[in-house]
Ligand binder design. Sequence first.
Ligand SMILES: [Cu+2]
Length: 149
Amino acid sequence: MSLSIRCTTLLLALVLITACGQQQADAIRVENGWIAEIPPVIRVTAALMTLHNDGDNPKYLVAASSPNTASIEIHKSVVVNDLAKMIQQKELEIPAKGSLEFSNESGLHLMLYESKDIKAGNKIPLTLSFKDGSSITVDFEVVDRRKLL
Ligand SMILES: [Cu+2]
């Protein structure tokens, strides 16, 4: 390979990296991501999923967003003095070669505010952002919650 071709290849690679801007969280897989259907008058709902980390380093989920919601918070449901509460989580570890479950059992969920088009069958893109600056965007399917219980 001549030097000029190698330089062109390197330049192209740099341009592609710059164009992408944000690094893709390759090691992360989202399994069974879904959002609970809500009637149009209610604008708040929750999303559940299992996050898998196939990488050799722990990953830390720090934020989530979607064009279909005004904001998303990471919550954990807990019971304090017989009262159910939701506590916002700043950072959640997905262990290396491990997984983290957002489920009724763990109490972890994504809270979606001011949501739109949350109708059963719709696919809603959610972007999950990690502490290392990487992110991943996955379609979550809206599901009628009653069918799951
Ligand atoms: Cu919540």
